[in-house]
Ligand binder design. Structure first.
Ligand code: DSN
Length: 417
């Protein structure tokens, strides 16, 4: 019996995917947490490993038929340990939120205190924002950045808070911060108060694997979490790396503590992604991500935009766009209409609301994957500037979109002709 393809069986559903692929091909993707995976990662994600239940861990499963799932999970663990110089890896977390929640439960008791970065200063929802369930279970206290010192983390304040609150865990990590973190200082403060150190490097995991940014595990951090789909360019999912002494607690917290069956097609795709990250080509890619971010940031500055934190040391740029007369929402919409996708974002102590904040956030992992370099970064800054200056003129925005589509022809998205 011949099985019909998606296109043959459900042409209308198939058509939506075609439209999304055209959107990805004809636009400029500037959301710093997005990327284009390789064709190999797409194939692995869409593979028959999706048919398999594999609760448990290699050689300790609750279902039969695990010869090959054991093989891919063991290989993914070994590759992850190698590229991140880690003693232990858990490759099963379904997502970034799940990986962080599992880590809290592995290391802490309900009511314990976690010192993490304030959301509007660049932290993440899963780092204890009051709207999350975790904020009701653990006691989160928040450090901020120092607006008078280029928005860098205020380590004097962080240390004072650590001495005052005696956190059981100090969490370093961000989703909207463009500076390098001083892992050594975090570790020193944590050691002074006897706290466990956790780094959430979801945004920069690929840049660490690509050896262009420092690895917190090399500074003695206890645990490091990362999503696999951002700068690491793999399938959507999470990864927990740790010292061996936390291995058992972390594995138990992921399964059976929090998750049921792992997504083995995602584990398979993570293996492919880790193998790709373990190549000189990935290091060259990571270097270019950083170079591109610097050039894009400086060109935007020269056009009259104000990068927060005084610039960028990673893949990410934050801009207070109200200084140019628009809100974050207005800028996001105008740029979308002109074929450039980024996101509105809160800025430190933002007086505006999350759905229409003062900032925009952009980054270079996806455009670098397409092969764009210095010349294209300058062009993109000028496209952005034109779109922002003409944000009410739909005809002008549409003209910019046409020019962008033209430019994109020379920079194919992997797997899309
Ligand atoms: N949504 C991710 C980001 O864009 O930073 C983090 O969860």
């Amino acid at each position: 019996m011949k099985h019909p393809s998606l296109e043959q069986n459900f042409p209308e559903i198939y058509g939506i995917l075609q439209k999304e692929m055209t959107r990805q091909k004809n636009g400029i993707e500037l959301i710093p947490s997005e990327n284009y995976t390789s064709q190999a990662v797409i194939e692995a994600t869409g593979s028959h490993f999706t048919n398999k239940y594999s609760e448990g861990y290699p050689h300790k499963r609750y279902y039969g038929g695990q010869q090959f799932t054991d093989m891919i999970e063991e290989q993914a663990i070994e590759k992850a340990k190698k590229i991140f110089n880690a003693e232990h890896a858990n490759v099963q977390p379904l997502s970034g939120a799940v990986m962080n929640i599992a880590t809290y439960f592995a290391l802490l008791e309900p009511g314990d205190t976690i010192l993490g970065m304030d959301l509007s200063h660049g932290g993440h929802l899963t780092h204890g924002h009051p709207v999350t369930h975790m904020s009701k279970i653990f006691n989160f206290v928040r450090y901020k950045t120092d607006l008078s010192n280029d928005g860098k983390i205020d380590f004097d304040n962080l240390r004072e808070m650590a001495l005052k609150h005696k956190p059981k865990l100090i969490l370093a990590g961000f989703s909207a911060y463009s500076r390098n973190l001083d892992w050594k200082k975090f570790k020193e403060i944590a050691d002074e108060v006897g706290a466990i150190t956790m780094a959430d490097v979801s945004h920069i995991g690929g840049l660490i694997a690509g050896k262009v940014l420092d690895n917190p595990l090399d500074f003695g951090f206890d645990v490091m979490t990362t999503t696999t789909h951002k700068s690491l360019r793999g399938p959507r999912g999470g990864l927990i790396l740790s010292k061996q002494k936390y291995a058992k607690a972390i594995d138990k917290a992921v399964f059976p503590g929090l998750q049921g069956g792992p997504l083995m097609h995602a584990v398979y795709a993570k293996l492919v992604c880790f193998a790709e990250a373990d190549t000189p080509e990935f290091q060259t890619y990571s270097q270019q991500v950083l170079k591109n971010a610097k050039i894009l940031c400086e060109e935007l500055r020269s056009l009259g935009y104000t990068p927060l934190s005084g610039g960028t040391e990673n893949h990410l740029i934050m801009i207070d766009i109200t200084k140019n007369g628009l809100t974050g929402h207005e800028a996001e919409t105008a740029l979308d209409n002109a074929g450039m996708t980024l996101n509105k974002n809160m800025i430190p102590d933002d007086p505006r609301k999350p759905l229409d904040p003062s900032g925009i956030r952009l980054g270079t992992p996806a455009i670098t994957t397409r092969g764009m370099k210095e010349i294209e970064m300058k062009k993109i800054a000028h496209f952005m500037d034109r779109a922002i200056r003409n944000h009410k003129d739909l005809k002008a925005l549409s003209q910019i979109h046409s020019e962008i589509t033209e430019m994109c022809i020379d920079f194919p998205v992997p797997g899309i002709e």
